[in-house]
Design a binder for this molecule. Structure first.
Ligand code: FES
Ligand code: FES
Length: 174
């Protein structure tokens, strides 16, 4: 995919004087973000500075997976990723997957299986599932369980989530 020309790059700039800029591809768009603290978690920048609130703050300690996003197509914890670490990387959030009218196949499978109760974990579950299916298009149930083992669901919808992953892969559902 050709790089977005500089004229189309979007810039998000806070006002303070001591700032630096981070350039990255965010959901397929060349983006320049002005930051005052390069160690600020990516999750905070996404949610508070860019208005991308799909990734959730759960534990803030890298333990629940609610903040999962993709960096160069690999799942990562946005709460544990300093904004400086995504310079020149490709970051994908759930906002970059699909839309209400045209959901990503994994999102469509989650809807079909009603794989959410409160839904707080759903973003992270979907992002981890997308990464899994990109790596292994037809995972076994055990592979799906392993891929999602770092994503916690306090509502206990794991069975439905696994059915959604298998549905999205076109495999028989558990
Ligand atoms: S909020 Fe990032 S892993 Fe829990
Ligand atoms: S559906 Fe509530 S935490 Fe998973």
């Amino acid at each position: 995919m050709p790089a977005t020309p500089p004229s189309k790059a979007r810039t998000k700039a806070p006002s303070p004087a001591s700032q630096r800029t981070i350039s990255l591809s965010l959901n397929g768009t060349a983006t320049v973000i002005a930051v005052t603290d390069p160690n600020q978690p990516l999750l905070y920048v996404l949610r508070n500075q860019l208005g991308l609130t799909g990734a959730k703050f759960g534990c803030g300690k890298g333990q629940c997976g609610a903040c999962t996003i993709l960096i160069d197509n690999e799942p990562a914890r946005a709460c544990q990723t300093p904004i400086a670490a995504v310079a020149d990387k490709r970051v994908t959030t759930i906002e970059g997957l699909g839309s209400v009218k045209a959901p990503h196949p994994v999102q469509a499978a989650f809807i079909a299986e009603q794989a959410a109760q409160c839904g707080y974990c759903a973003t992270g579950m979907v992002m981890s599932s997308v990464a899994l299916l990109a790596r292994i298009p037809k995972p076994s149930l055990d592979e799906a369980k392993r891929a999602l083992s770092g994503n916690l669901c306090r509502c206990g919808t794991h069975q439905r989530i696994l059915r959604a992953v298998m549905r999205a892969s076109g495999s028989a559902q558990p």
